[in-house]
Design a binder for this molecule. Structure first.
Ligand code: OAD
Length: 254
């Protein structure tokens, strides 16, 4: 695979080395090389094959909970079959490196697949929730997936309530704690790095501009240009599973 632009890698590494607090926002692109489809890829993206209004909207669940829970169960099964890639692992290494120096790397993800945590990252801010736990609509209790039979759809809890994945659907508010943590990280960082996200979903897409307007340095890692590319200080075009290990190595975090 082609190596990322060494000058841009060195620029981002210099910026990171001189920072104490970094905020990173990730999207589906970071899990692409683990084998999980992104949403908006024209050919393979989930939203090129499925209608988000039929599968990822609270009204869709209320209308057809069987269809929606089957689809999320399939997504969970796919995520479980995949392994964290070199990008997830490099990000976790960078987080460890900052923390060992008294700084921090706050990791905000729109992904619900749990791969950052499996790659070693801590305190991941899951702004769109997770498919790895489900929630009982009768009691509000969170249920681990291996405690759910999935013999019937929609599944039910032991308390007899309907179970739904702990994700945030269109039509729902972001979890206040995660939103607050993400806003806090964006407003406190010296550097904001956006990785593998198309920046199409708000308010998350606005975090990088918020950080920039406060004077933070900004960077983007993506396979292709996005609406933010011309506005960031460093743009690295390439797969995150290749670019992130190069950046971590250049920082000295490996
Ligand atoms: P998208 O599918 O919108 O964007 C994925 C981005 O990753 C694109 O900009 C790709 O160019 C880039 N990309 C693909 N492969 C990559 C790779 N190997 N390395 C680096 N970049 C790569 O996914 P998100 O931005 O995550 O929400 O989408 C945001 C939200 O929209 C999702 O959380 C989901 C979706 O609707 C809900 O379901 C509520």
């Amino acid at each position: 695979m082609e190596r990322p632009d060494p000058a841009a890698v060195a620029r981002l590494a210099d910026t990171l080395r001189s920072a104490s607090n970094v905020a990173v926002l990730t999207g589906a692109g970071v899990s692409a090389e683990s084998g999980l489809a992104t949403f908006r890829d024209k050919e393979e993206g989930l939203w090129s094959k499925y209608d988000p209004m039929e599968l990822a909207h609270i009204d869709a669940f209320n209308r057809d909970p069987e269809l929606v829970t089957r689809w999320y169960h399939w997504r969970f099964t796919r995520a479980r079959e995949c392994e964290p890639n070199a990008g997830h692992i490099a990000l976790a290494g960078l987080q460890h490196w900052f923390r060992s120096r008294g700084g921090d790397l706050a990791l905000i993800t729109q992904n619900v697949d749990g791969l950052h945590q499996r790659g070693g990252a801590a305190d991941v801010i899951e702004i769109h929730g997770t498919i790895l736990t489900w929630r009982c609509l009768a009691t509000g209790a969170h249920v681990e997936l291996d405690e759910i039979g999935f013999d019937t759809f929609p599944p039910s809890s032991d308390a007899g309530g309907l179970l739904r994945p702990n994700v945030i659907w269109f039509g729902e508010s972001l979890p206040p704690e995660a939103l607050e943590a993400a806003e806090q990280a964006s407003s406190a960082c010296d550097v904001f790095v956006s990785i593998g996200t198309s920046g199409m979903v708000w308010p998350t897409a606005g975090f990088i501009e918020e950080a920039k307007s406060r004077g933070a340095a900004t960077a983007e890692i993506n396979l292709e240009p996005t609406p933010m590319t011309d506005q960031v200080d460093v743009s690295l075009l390439g797969p995150s599973a290749v670019v992130l290990p190069s950046v971590a190595e250049a920082v000295g975090a490996t």
